[in-house]
Each structure stands twice: as structure tokens, then as C-alpha cells.
Design a protein around this ligand. Structure first.
Ligand SMILES: *Cc1c(COP(=O)(O)O)cnc(C)c1O
Length: 379
């Protein structure tokens, strides 16, 4: 039975391969944290977590406490870390579920200590250090005070110290990342002076995992590369140039089915705004996917999909829940036949990188915008 009009297939083989490939690059001490924020980069949180757990990852990182609690129900023993900001009113739930929280200021330490006392448990915290990304993080001059504060807290355990690189994807200019890393090392030294030596020291995202082993520390946070996508073209080029033996396979295929096929005479205008006309007579297919589903409206008249291994262009504007594609070149096409929006069919592929280029964004956004309500199926 065909159940879904539109769905996402997640390849267990590709994801497992990528995890193994990335792990083979790790320094001895480093453990592997699967970053599954943003619905696992659009691949499906629980689907990806189940594959990653089978592949034996050491930890999961999510953005929010909600995702952390959801994973905790499925994986009672897993190390689960939130990367984003957590409301103080949610600290109690976090500690009850033994979630490791990323924090960045003294108020959060205070709150953790008070919740820890109340529940008579030790609160596991990871302190994010500001080293130049100007996102979340405690600045270096405040760390000595924080270390003192932490030494006085009997219900807080500093389990991790982390930072995040601002431009590590720009592999031709590693100076800023090196500067950030040296500030991070200074941060560790400040804590060490106060006899605080957190077991989880982590800085590396995908680009750092692949290109800068010295950043691995005791834990790496792998996102985009685990999903088989390069962090940037520069990273990909550097890997190829240096022959680093890092072979990534895209994990996601986004599919839909033909809803209607019609024969259309030359000159017929297509869709809202009549923005494009048929250049010759042919056949048009209506596909039940639109910008609501996460198929960017900027792909109007530009995007391509694969039908029976043939590239077919999006005609006219992408609508909210539908779009039209030119299937004139596809023989023996039938209603409900499969359409590949992102993925490979025979010798053709449509990649997140292609869409990113056409819509002036990065593959991260293309993938995370695939609507969470679309079913994810492990294949
Ligand atoms: C998203 C994120 C990562 C993963 O980055 P990738 O480039 O996708 O590997 C790592 N660390 C933090 C703090 C993040 O927010």
C-alpha cells in the first residue's frame, strides 16, 4: 500500500558509514557525539537517533530541553547534552532526567545548585566559553569567578567545557579558529588552577573533526558530516586535495509522487502569476509538495527533480503545497509514480548543495527546512 504522498528516506547504511568514517579520524581520547538538533538536520530525530545508537555513538546533542527529554525516554542510559539556552524553570526537569545542560553564566550555575539541593542530586553542566563566535558563552575574564563559584557549589558538577568555532569552514583561513582554540585552552587552564578538570572537553564540529585533529579533545560534536554533507565547498576541496580518505555519503532522499499528468500546448502559461510558459507542447506533472513542505519558493522555474532517472524542471512558481514539473521527456509516466526531490537516481543527483546554491543559502538550511511533519522512513 502506498501510504505517503511525500516522505523522507533515511539510509541506515549511509549514516552508519559516515559515523564509522568520522570515528576513524578521531584522536584516541575523543568520544563521538551525534548532533541531532533541528530534527536531526531534517532527517528525523528518533529515526537518526536509533541508527546512531545502533552504531554505538557515545552521546547525543540537541538544541532544546524538549528534544533532550524525548530522547531520554527512549535511551535511559545515554549521555544527552543540550547545546542551546534552557529556561531556568526547566532546570528541574533537566536534572530529573539527568540531561547535561550547556550554560554560560553565573545565574545558571546558581539555579543549577539550588535545583540540585532541592532534588538532592548533582547537576551536570557544560560551560560554553566565548572565544570569538559572539554567540553563547562566558567570556574569559569572568571564568575565575565562575570557577570559584563552582568550587563552592556542592550540587553542581562541571562535566564539560566547550566552545564553538566561527569560521572553521573557511579552511583556507585557519588563523581565527587557531586563535579561538588558544583562548579555549586558556579557559581550561583557569579551571585547572581551581582543580576543576571536566571530563568532557569539546570544541570540534564537522569541519574541525575532519581537518583539525588537535581540536578533538575528549568529545567531538558531529552534525552535517554525519548526514553525508560537507560543511562547505572549501572543506570538501581541502579533503580532496590532502587525500584525507574521508568518504561521506548523503543519508537523505526526499521523495514524492505524481498527483496528476496533463498534456499542455506550446505557449501555455503555468501557475500563479503566469510567470513561465511552455516553450513547446509537452506534459506537465503536478507534484504534491510546496514551500510549506520546505521546498523553497526560490526554486520556482529553477529547481529540478528526478522522475524515472530523468531530470525534470520545476515550471512556474512553487505553490504552498504543490508544484508543477515538466515531464515531457519521461516515457510511460503514470500517476503516483515516484518523484525524487533530493537524492540520486541512476546517474543523476539533486543535492542539498544544489538547492542551497539556487536559493543563496547553505545545505544546513535546505535540510532543516524539510517540514517535520513529513514522515521519515529508515531504509
Ligand atoms: C550545530 C552545532 C554543531 C554541529 O556542527 P556541524 O558543522 O553540523 O558539524 C556542533 N556544535 C555546536 C555548538 C552546534 O551548535
Amino acid at each position: 500500500m502506498k501510504r505517503h504522498r511525500t516522505w523522507v528516506e533515511v539510509s541506515e547504511r549511509a549514516l552508519t558509514n559516515n559515523i564509522e568514517t568520522l570515528r576513524s579520524l578521531l584522536e584516541d581520547e575523543a568520544r563521538f557525539c551525534a548532533v541531532v538538533k533541528a530534527n536531526a538536520y531534517g532527517h528525523g530525530l528518533t529515526e537518526v537517533a536509533s541508527i546512531a545508537a545502533r552504531a554505538g555513538v557515545d552521546a547525543f546533542a540537541v538544541d532544546s530541553i524538549d528534544d533532550a527529554l524525548l530522547l531520554r525516554e527512549i535511551y535511559p542510559g545515554a549521555l544527552i547534552l543540550t547545546l542551546g539556552f534552557t529556561l531556568s524553570d526547566r532546570f528541574r526537569e533537566a536534572l530529573s532526567a539527568n540531561i547535561h545542560l550547556t550554560i554560560s553564566d553565573q545565574e545558571e550555575i546558581e539555579q543549577a545548585q539550588s535545583v540540585g539541593r532541592e532534588l538532592a542530586r548533582t547537576f551536570p553542566l557544560h560551560l560554553k566559553v566565548e572565544t570569538g563566535t559572539m554567540r553563547q558563552g562566558a567570556s574569559l575574564p569572568d571564568l575565575a569567578d565562575m570557577a570559584l563559584q563552582l568550587s563552592r557549589c556542592d550540587r553542581v558538577s562541571l562535566e564539560g567545557v566547550s566552545t564553538h568555532f566561527a569560521n572553521i569552514e573557511d579552511s583556507e583561513n585557519p588563523e581565527f579558529a587557531a586563535h579561538q582554540f588558544s583562548l579555549y585552552e586558556q579557559a581550561l587552564a583557569i579551571f585547572a588552577e581551581h582543580q576543576i578538570n571536566p571530563p568532557w572537553r569539546h570544541t570540534a564540529c564537522s569541519a574541525a573533526i575532519i581537518l583539525y585533529p588537535q581540536t578533538h579533545q575528549t568529545l567531538v560534536r558531529a552534525g552535517i558530516s554525519m548526514y553525508g554533507i560537507w560543511s562547505s565547498e572549501l572543506v570538501e576541496n581541502t579533503v580532496r586535495r590532502l587525500n584525507l580518505g574521508c568518504d561521506l555519503q548523503p543519508v537523505l532522499t526526499w521523495k514524492s509522487r505524481i498527483g496528476q499528468i496533463k498534456t499542455v500546448p506550446m505557449g501555455t502559461p503555468i501557475g500563479y502569476g503566469l510567470t513561465e510558459v511552455m516553450k513547446r507542447s509537452g506534459r506537465l506533472a503536478v507534484v504534491p509538495v510546496g514551500y510549506w513542505d520546505g521546498y523553497d519558493r526560490q526554486l520556482s522555474s529553477k529547481g529540478e527533480v528526478l522522475v524515472k532517472g530523468i531530470r525534470c524542471k520545476v515550471m512556474g512558481r512553487v505553490c504552498m503545497n504543490m508544484m508543477m514539473v515538466d515531464v515531457s521527456q519521461v516515457p510511460q509516466l503514470q500517476k503516483e509514480d515516484e518523484v525524487i526531490l533530493l537524492g540520486t537516481d541512476g546517474r543523476h543527483r539533486v543535492t542539498a548543495e544544489n538547492h542551497a546554491q539556487l536559493t543563496q543559502t547553505i545545505p544546513y538550511e535546505v535540510l532543516t527546512r524539510i517540514h517535520p511533519s513529513i514522515p521519515r522512513v529508515i531504509v
